[in-house]
Design a binder for this molecule. Structure first.
Ligand code: PA5
Length: 449
């Protein structure tokens, strides 16, 4: 089996290779700290050996629960936000047909999402849809207290109970939360929901390979064993060595830190396949929440080419030179389509007649890399043989490990997110949440109400 590969040769014109090599010593130290679990935030390193340690009994149990949900429902709603949402969506959308929603081919439930926003129209429109369909849901929150999914769950729980009656509603809900604490845990125990545990030592954005990601992915009909197998392959590769020649995760961490030191403060994850949009969203959360703290961190951005070459392309080519790109380059699409020849050639496209669409996409990719490097944007190239469960598993582990190594290199704790609390405190104060009386008084004065 192949593995994903990294090529950093297109950063050479911007960062001298000695600058990257100079990180080898730091990366070795950080690699040890991650594996020995001695670095900052080391009580959140459970994800490191998760792929190799995943229990057969857990996989079987999840597959059985997924089969039950697939029988009951034509729509399965995943309620969660941040790390309790993006990983599942990234994998499901990468694997499913781009038009799955409209094709509805009886291949199991279509997955929808709730609790990832507080849009009133979104929720009303979802309810309207669920009135007309058989559905079931999972509610995912590690803390069990996050406001957005809690609101969505309260509304959908009421809706389910009205639609199916209390007993059947219980059978259509699976909770994924902490093993002992939080409001969702209490609710799940009281109501008797089937429940999965988010391990204590795995933080939200590193949790896609726990039931948080595995259950929705299995309900969507994808092979969670292959996902784990791919991740385990990367886990094994990472364990073997911290040397850049053998460890693409350490090399990626070094390359991006070297670029950051040269003032390249924005990393754009680039893909050329529309179904990778949510993989980029997952990556943005992983890196943004892990590294953006203490006034430091590369800003993670994302683009979908060639679509965004017609919107962001101008800026990337000629705007402020604080960018670098990491390109997810996928070798093989799953299907073939050749551009047809036309006798009259009125659109002038006969010069590419007979070529596969993917060949044109690859030339766009190569042409863009050359143009952007000429324009002062360094390019890291990640080669992925194909988009399937196995390689997505590799990619997930690759990015998680590289993020931990990179965060330690930046000397931040990549496993906390203290900054996320600031908006919550204000929102609770504005809403008059019990326990926030002082903050309410203060914020009302501040906004003059
Ligand atoms: O990565 C994280 O820890 C966060 O993004 C959380 O996943 C997110 O805030 C949701 O938290 P919870 O699962 O506790 O509802």
């Amino acid at each position: 089996m192949q593995t994903i590969k990294i090529d950093i040769s297109k950063i050479d014109a911007f960062v001298d290779s000695n600058t990257v090599s100079a990180f080898q010593h730091t990366l070795e130290k950080n690699h040890r700290a991650v594996l020995d679990k001695t670095g900052q935030g080391n009580d959140f390193l459970g994800w490191v050996d998760l792929p190799s340690q995943t229990d057969e009994s857990l996989l079987k149990n999840i597959e059985a629960a997924a089969a039950r949900m697939r029988e009951k429902a034509t729509i399965f709603v995943v309620i969660g936000i941040g790390g309790s949402y993006l990983g599942a969506r990234a994998v499901i959308e990468a694997l499913q047909d781009n038009f799955a929603e409209l094709k509805r081919n009886n291949k199991g439930p279509f997955i929808l999402y709730a609790g990832q926003n507080i849009g009133e129209d979104y929720m009303n429109q979802l309810l309207e849809l669920l009135d007309a369909h058989e559905y079931a849901l999972t509610v995912i929150s590690k803390s069990g207290t996050t406001t957005e999914p809690a609101i969505a769950f309260r509304i959908l729980k009421n809706h389910l109970e009205k639609k199916y009656g209390k007993k059947e509603a219980v059978d259509r809900i699976i909770a994924i939360t902490d093993q002992s604490k939080g409001a969702l845990k209490t609710l799940a125990t009281n109501e008797g929901y089937q429940t999965y545990v988010v391990p204590d030592d795995v933080g939200g954005r590193y949790s896609v390979l726990t039931p948080v990601g595995l259950l929705p992915i299995a309900v969507a009909g994808f092979n969670i064993r292959e996902l784990i197998r791919g991740a385990a392959e990367m886990e094994a590769l990472n364990r073997q060595s911290s040397q850049f020649g053998d460890n693409p995760m350490a090399l990626y961490a070094a390359a991006r830190n070297a670029l950051y030191q040269q003032g390249k403060k924005v990393e754009i994850l680039v893909n050329y396949l529309p179904n990778l949009f949510y993989l980029t969203e997952w990556w943005k959360q992983l890196y943004g929440e892990s590294e953006g703290k203490e006034g430091k961190g590369i800003f993670p951005a994302g683009v979908n080419f060639t679509t965004d070459l017609h919107s962001m392309g101008q800026y990337i080519q000629e705007g402020e030179r604080m960018l670098f790109e990491t390109v997810l380059s996928v070798d093989q699409p799953h299907t073939k389509l050749v551009i047809p020849e036309e006798e009259q050639n009125l659109d002038g496209l006969n010069y590419i007649a007979g070529k596969r669409i993917d060949e044109v996409n690859k030339m766009a990719e190569l042409g863009t890399m050359l143009a952007h490097t000429d324009g002062g944007v360094p390019n890291i190239h990640l080669n992925v043989p194909a988009i399937n469960e196995y390689y997505l598993g590799q990619l997930i582990y690759f990015f998680e490990m590289a993020c931990a190594l990179s965060g330690y290199t930046l000397e931040v704790n990549p496993f906390d997110q203290p900054g996320v609390e600031a908006y919550k405190k204000n929102m609770f104060a504005l809403l008059g949440k019990p326990g926030f009386e002082k903050e309410t008084e203060h914020i009302r004065k501040r906004i003059g109400s």
